[in-house]
Design a protein around this ligand. Structure first.
Ligand code: C5P
Length: 230
């Protein structure tokens, strides 16, 4: 299997409220969010090696969430930004040099096999793939004193999701160059690809594939899983 995956889970999840620990280890449907996400990738027939990038302090949380010594799973310590965490995860795969790599946020546990298929299908030798949804809301840029400065036309605008897929060598090199150039402000890998002039094709995202950011997202995700079971 020549498709590998990097799942980044090294964030502190401050927006979800730190008191209960990093959000990727919070439980939905009785299991850690990260465990749901990891299972989807391990179950996919085209995905081989999976790298999970975690924070150095989270070894014990990880062990409780997914056990240890999982076949096909490598654990790597991440960095201060998402961009660093992805780069460190990609470096772990360098020796194996898979053809293609999927890069995914641990906090999107509702990514499904169809979505992964759509992404894998359009990755090319020099082309990435990005699942995205057209923006539904009218967008406003804030102006002075909390009033609207401007209405941003939403035509052609998309909200980016993960997993984003890339040919392995080009995206690893793009990450290394961005790092060497002192850039640390890229919030997703498609932005790094864009910077490195690797074209990225948009594929249909999934409305279910939400990023669990706030405490209420996690509560809603938990309810949703219980709803599906009953
Ligand atoms: O913070 P944000 O919501 O953008 O995080 C998206 C994903 O990136 C999360 O799964 C988070 O754990 C991960 N991340 C990381 N290393 C960081 C920051 C975020 O792996 N330093």
């Amino acid at each position: 299997r020549r498709v590998a995956a990097v799942i980044v889970a090294a964030g502190r999840g401050e927006r979800a409220g730190q008191a209960e620990g990093p959000k990727q280890y919070r439980r939905i449907g009785g299991r850690a969010i990260l465990a749901h996400t990891l299972e989807t990738f391990l179950a996919h027939p085209q995905v081989g090696q999976v790298v999970v990038v975690i924070h150095g302090d989270d070894q014990e949380l990880l062990r409780k969430a997914i056990g240890d010594n999982l076949e096909r799973v490598a654990i790597v310590t991440g960095g201060p930004t998402r961009q660093d965490s992805v780069r460190l995860g990609l470096l772990e795969l360098a020796a194996q040099a898979p053809d293609r790599v999927l890069i995914h946020d641990a906090v999107r546990p509702f990514c499904d096999a169809d979505l992964i298929d759509r992404v894998i299908d359009v990755i090319g030798a020099n082309q990435g793939a990005l699942p995205a949804l057209p923006v539904a809301d009218t967008l406003k840029r804030e102006g002075r004193d909390g009033t609207i400065g401007e209405t941003v036309p939403r035509a052609g605008l998309h909200a980016a999701q993960t997993p984003q897929g890339f040919p392995f060598r080009p995206i690893l090199e793009a990450h290394e160059r961005a790092h060497q150039a002192g850039r640390s402000d890229f919030t997703d890998d498609a932005a790094i690809a864009e910077w490195a002039r690797i074209p990225v094709k948009i594929v249909a995202g999934s409305p279910d594939n939400v990023k669990l950011t706030w405490a209420r997202d996690i509560a809603m995700a938990d309810q949703r899983i219980h709803g599906e079971r009953s």
